[in-house]
Design a protein around this ligand. Structure first.
Ligand SMILES: Nc1ncnc2c1ncn2[C@@H]1O[C@H](COP(=O)(O)OP(=O)(O)OP(=O)(O)O)[C@@H](O)[C@H]1O
Length: 570
């Protein structure tokens, strides 16, 4: 028994014995960790057959992408994705700088000395007035309305309106459009773009009418599409202002039509029946009229997309594409079709185009103190004053508050009916009301004469809207001031955009992630946001894109015949 105990040898499993032997053997060779190495080698041999491991090895072996390169790649992806949805941009891109083989001949010609001007004196005028043009055979700029060969009643009307000399953009745009060339006009707010397309359109309609008078049910010769009813009405009124004196001077009658939702359709149809020359429309009502064959575009040769970037932003692309389908003229069809198959994203650079005639002030006002401080702020300048807010509810609250305080105020937002909207705009424009409180529906394109002060009760989410808002003052060479309330409710992106636009001391201390962006801009040559041109953020952080994504989802769910919602005319 004792023997049995002394002879006891502890049982070691065979595998362990073998491992122990190998270990001893390798130790003898002086390689203590060689076993581990051997095991690793074995593992690698096995791993060679796994695709996953191969892939991870490849990734490991790839050169490291820097953070900046990663951002550039992400931005490129976003821009490429955008170009799928923003097809109308390519219409702009195609027309940019005059790209066409076949200009529409109008027969208009400036006086001989201007026609004979060589490139050099043309460039001198352009340089003097900071006119930047791009394209082939650009007609010479013209420095006075008389040489543009407008009829006498036009010249009289311009004088009545206090318009004696063309604005710089008009010096170049008017000859380009009058001679029948396609054109894209990008200019800061209040620079007089409306007359650029209204006056030549009337001239073309007049010429056509003289050559072959329009028959009942025919027309129009020209079409102006606007993104909001207010803007369409305003443009229609400008057309009317010039047609009236022509009628009085016994020129052939030209009939304009305002084609917008929210107004009685019967009078609109009556004008169409007698034959209409010029149509000013919003996309929705225009599309309806065309689809129901109440009107056709068989004779239409002149198209203006006013605030074209906004027409796209508001998801009117589908409506406009449908409108394009009604054009019979080959030129338009080619133009529209090629535009739609070769989409390009274009940056209009509006955010950088803030009007230099506007003094911009920014004030930090706590949320609770805003409404009371507003009253104080109204004392800064005489009336009329425009107050902008993001929300309809805030517009209503401020409006009520001002009325309670005895201030002559009107209000406008998308929730108000057409009559209220029209009353608000008309009474404010006529000077019967001192203050207009509005959402961004009133920020773009609307021309309120002599506004001295714009108050941004809050900042718009997009810097582009800020530029449009403040552009309601400082128009046609006058100066104006703006006061923008900011507080901690504003997003950092908005504030940084603003900082880059103004850089006042109150914003200078903000921590700016755009410092990296300098490096990005040096590599890909895109400064700021490739979408909206805001200088305080990159395209990845652009708030509207998030919104657009949700809109795309929403619109894909929308019933085709349901006209409510976002795509409704605003
Ligand atoms: N040559 C001119 N001289 C003086 N005033 C002008 C001239 N041309 C236009 N105006 C006036 O300037 C104002 C602004 O013009 P308009 O509304 O066409 O600007 P806009 O460039 O379309 O601005 P926005 O981008 O805000 O729509 C109008 O009241 C218009 O009558």
């Amino acid at each position: 028994m004792m023997e049995e105990v002394n002879d006891y040898v502890e049982y070691v499993p065979v595998a362990m014995q073998l491992a122990f032997e190998v270990q001893k053997m390798l130790q003898r060779k002086g390689k203590s960790s060689a076993l581990e190495e051997e095991i690793e080698k074995q593992k690698l041999v096995k791993a060679k057959s796994s695709l996953l491991v191969k892939a991870s090895q490849l990734t490991k072996d790839q050169p490291k992408i820097t953070q900046i390169e990663q951002i550039i790649m992400q931005e490129k992806e976003i821009v490429e994705h955008l170009s799928d949805s923003k097809t109308l941009m390519s219409v702009l891109e195609l027309a940019k700088g005059i790209t066409y083989k076949d200009p529409m001949l109008t027969g208009w010609k400036p006086p001989m000395p201007i026609r004979r001007m060589s490139k050099k004196p043309c460039d001198v005028v352009r340089k003097r007035w900071h006119i930047i043009v791009d394209g082939e055979d650009i007609p010479p700029p013209i420095k006075n309305f008389k040489d543009m060969r407008f009829p006498e009643p036009f010249l009289e009307k311009l004088k009545d309106k206090g318009i004696v000399q063309p604005m710089p953009i008009q010096m170049q745009d008017l000859p380009v459009i009058l001679s029948g060339r396609d054109m894209i006009g990008i200019a800061f707010t209040g620079s007089g773009k409306t007359l650029d397309f209204v006056l030549p359109l009337i001239m073309i309609a007049l010429q056509k009418e003289i050559m072959m008078p329009i028959a009942p049910g025919e027309g129009p010769f020209g079409l102006i599409v606007c993104p909001s009813r207010e803007l369409a009405r305003q443009t229609y009124e400008v057309v009317e202002q010039f047609l009236g004196p022509m009628r009085e001077a016994s020129y052939p009658e030209l009939r304009p039509l305002l084609c917008i939702r929210g107004v009685d359709m019967k009078p609109q149809l009556d004008v169409v029946k007698t034959g209409v020359h010029i149509v000013v429309a919003t996309p929705g009502r225009l599309k309806d009229m065309l689809a129901k064959k109440r009107m056709n575009l068989d004779n239409c040769r002149y198209l203006t997309l006013d605030e074209a970037d906004r027409l796209v932003d508001l998801s009117f692309e589908d409506d406009i594409r449908e409108v394009f389908d009604h054009f019979k003229a080959q030129r338009f069809r080619v133009f529209a079709r090629s535009a739609l198959v070769k989409p390009v994203t274009m940056n209009m650079g509006r955010a950088r185009a803030a009007n230099l005639n506007v003094i911009q002030e920014v004030e930090y006002v706590k949320q609770k103190a805003k409404i009371v401080y507003l009253l104080e702020c109204l004392q800064k300048t005489p009336h009329p004053i425009l107050i902008f807010c993001e929300n309809k509810a805030d517009v209503d609250d401020i409006h009520k508050y001002l009325l309670l305080k005895g201030v002559e105020a009107v209000a406008i937002h998308e929730g108000k009916d057409q009559e209220e909207r029209e009353y608000a705009i008309a009474s404010f424009k006529a000077g019967k009301k001192d203050i207009l409180v509005a959402t961004d529906v009133a920020s773009k394109g609307l021309d309120f004469p002599d506004i001295q002060h714009i108050i941004n009760y809050d900042m718009p989410a997009e810097m582009e809207n800020y530029v449009h808002r403040i552009g309601r003052t400082g128009r046609c060479g006058k100066t104006g001031i703006t006061t923008s309330f900011i507080n901690k409710n504003q997003s950092e992106t908005t504030l940084l955009d603003l900082k880059h636009l103004l850089t006042p001391p109150v914003l200078a201390e903000l921590n700016d992630p755009m410092e990296d962006a300098e490096a990005i801009a040096n590599v890909n040559r895109v400064k700021g946001c490739a979408y909206c041109s805001g200088l305080g953020h990159r395209i990845r952080d652009y708030p509207k894109l998030e919104h657009q994504k949700s809109m795309q989802i929403a619109s894909s769910r929308r019933d085709y015949f349901d006209y409510g919602g976002y795509c409704e005319e605003i």
